[in-house]
Design a protein around this ligand. Structure first.
Ligand code: G6P
Length: 604
């Protein structure tokens, strides 16, 4: 939700800010802006509705400022207009913000700020308040003002009479910083300045950052200096670039075999799951009576597959909860319940709050997270990092498959510790899991076929995904993918449930993507497919059959690799991802930046 960047150093800031914003654009892309110190000590702003390229077009070629801040917006308060775009400037202060100041109405009222406001944003109220309470000492002012805010925030602030210096502070909303040869950087995430530094630190909440050309000073709200804890990533600039692919999404689809191998390899010893490197002891799995999986969006759908797998393999009750619901419920969790939170970014606010709630009930909290050192990773009792590398496209692909792969590892480990499965079974299970990358690579080779068949779908208003068992839980992710990037309304249904209502929506030509990979319900699904086909649906069938004997049941048949039933999900989902991708580009859309969405949802 909104991308922010700040730089002060020896080089010219404008390009650093614009390039950084382009990397952060997946966080929000309805407007963008920068502000910077001019030679005269004045602060100048350039901002516009539109994308970073539109901002670049209105920037000053002669701008040689070496200190500035930049923002790419995902609108929360106030429409998409130039005046609502960040940075905001009031008197002495110019700032950018990610988050929501919930009490901004009261603050505007109580501090008599309304007169000065020209936008509809909570952020401008914050700028006006910083300006109003500014006493010439930025740190003191920040200390005093942030205590008045309710809500989440990551601010980068420049004070007109302190040229060359950027101040920053955050609560909940993410922010990382680094000092390197080039100067001092701060941003919503590392992709914004990975070109300059692989070392970075996570800005602790409620700590004031002072950035100059000489370095970064970090202080707590009492004014004590704190040493930043630097981390280092093992991926490089190329990982955050398109690398010759037309879109990040298709690049990330292709990266799945590697991402899965990276995630599995360090956790497999002698064909058995091993979490020694993650410091997760077997003790953690002991006495586990039930599991609750909490997440949002695609991560939640990965949890759905985890649930189906664990329940059928181990007969342990598993619940999947939408994080935004879970956090306001009275959770049915006790000390032997395991809570698994799943998040690519590790910053999704609802998932983070759900984790905080779960931590009050049980010590058995585990996070499956992609971003190292993120809030969810830090606050969970144990972490299983997925190694997908940076995922830039808003629609998640490789992050999903590595989350699912992590559930497979966990299920196996849990089964062994609880004596629910034999070692020989576990070895066989893990060896099959290790074949997943190769199978996915084979599925990706069918991309051209998928592109061709998707052409029939692009004018559809609605589409359905149907299946049973694992195929059904997986279908939810297929429907989400199609909705979010092609804007075709799509729903997933348990195939057996169709005739209890939804079949009324099936009409001539409506696309139905049917998955039939589970032997124990195969003939049932095929009957359900016949029912929709008989009503004119355009059926795309995914199955493992090498030669489908009765081609009358579908219009297109996609043959999946011949893997055991529990493992077909990895192959089917890749076809779903490709369908969504080609539907999106077939409609002339940008799959990487679907309307109204953002990748990292740090507001409630
Ligand atoms: C947003 C993204 C989704 C993602 C979800 C959860 O909605 O667009 O792709 O699945 O947030 O994000 P997380 O980072 O917690 O996995």
């Amino acid at each position: 939700m909104c991308g922010i960047i700040g730089f002060t150093g020896k080089s010219e800031a404008q390009n650093i800010l614009l390039n950084g914003l382009a990397s952060l654009e997946y966080r929000g892309y309805d407007s963008a802006g920068i502000s910077y110190f001019k030679d005269t000590g004045k602060i100048s702003i350039r901002k516009t509705v539109g994308k970073v390229k539109d901002l670049r077009a209105i920037c000053d070629d002669e701008n040689n400022s070496t200190c500035g801040i930049g923002h790419t917006r995902w609108a929360t308060h106030g429409g998409v207009t130039n005046s609502n775009a960040h940075p905001h400037k009031v008197g002495n202060v110019s700032l950018i913000h990610n988050g929501i100041i919930e009490n901004y109405h009261e603050l505007a009222e109580n501090y008599d700020l309304k007169e000065t406001l020209i936008s509809e944003t909570d952020t401008e109220v914050a700028a006006a308040l910083f300006n109003k309470l500014y006493d010439g000492n930025p740190e003191e002012t920040i200390q005093n003002v942030v205590k008045l805010f309710n809500g989440s925030f990551a601010f980068c602030i420049m004070f007109k009479d302190h040229p060359g210096i950027i101040y920053a502070i955050r609560n909940v909303s993410p922010m990382v910083a680094a000092y390197c040869e080039e100067g001092s950087f701060i941003a919503s995430d590392l992709t914004a300045f990975i070109n300059y530094s692989k070392r970075y630190f996570i800005v602790p909440e409620y700590h004031i950052i002072t950035m100059t050309t000489e370095g970064i000073i970090l202080k707590d709200l009492e004014g004590n200096t704190v040493e930043p804890e630097y981390l280092e990533v093992n991926w490089d600039v190329a990982a955050a670039q398109k690398d010759g692919y037309p879109h990040f999404m298709i690049k990330e689809i292709h990266e799945q075999p590697e991402a899965i191998t990276r995630t599995l390899s360090p956790r497999i010893k002698d064909s058995l799951p091993d979490f020694t490197e993650d410091s997760i002891p077997d003790e953690f799995f002991k006495n586990c009576s039930d599991i609750t999986i909490v997440a949002c969006g695609t991560a939640m759908y990965a949890g759905m597959v985890g649930k189906t797998l664990i329940q059928s393999m181990l007969q342990i009750p598993v619940t999947v909860s939408i994080a935004s619901e879970f956090r306001y419920e009275e959770p049915v969790i006790h000390e032997n319940s395991m809570v698994i939170v799943v998040s690519q970014s590790g910053e999704t606010i609802d998932t983070l709050e759900a984790l905080r709630l779960a931590n009050q009930y049980t010590k058995k909290t585990l996070a499956i997270v992609n971003v190292k050192g993120s809030s969810i990773a830090r606050e969970s009792n144990y972490v299983l990092y997925t190694h997908a590398g940076p995922e830039i496209a808003v629609a998640s692909t490789k992050a999903y498959t590595v989350q699912v792969a992590s559930f497979y590892l966990l299920a196996c480990k849990l089964g062994l510790v609880l004596n629910k499965i034999e070692e020989a079974y576990a070895k066989d299970f893990i060896q099959t899991l290790q074949k997943t990358p190769k199978n996915i690579a084979a599925v990706i080779e069918q991309a051209d076929t998928v592109e061709r068949l998707t052409k029939r779908m692009i004018n559809a208003q609605n589409a359905f995904f149907i299946g049973r068992g694992l195929d059904y839980t997986l279908s939810m992710e297929g429907a989400l993918k199609l909705k979010e990037i092609s804007y075709i309304h799509a729903e997933a249904y348990a195939a057996g449930e169709l005739k209890h209502g939804t079949i009324a929506l099936i009409s001539e030509g409506i696309p139905v993507i049917a998955v039939a990979t589970q032997k124990h319900v195969y003939s049932k699904v095929i009957s359900n497919i016949r029912e929709v086909k008989a009503r004119g649906a355009y059926v795309i069938l995914l199955s493992k059959d090498k030669e489908l004997t009765d081609s009358s049941i579908c219009d297109v048949h996609i043959t999946l690799p011949d893997t055991p039933d529990a493992f077909t999900v990895f192959n089917s989902v890749v076809i779903f991802q490709l369908i969504a991708y080609y539907a999106s580009i077939g409609k002339g859309l940008n799959p990487d930046q679907p309307r109204n969405l953002a990748k990292s949802v740090t507001v409630e």
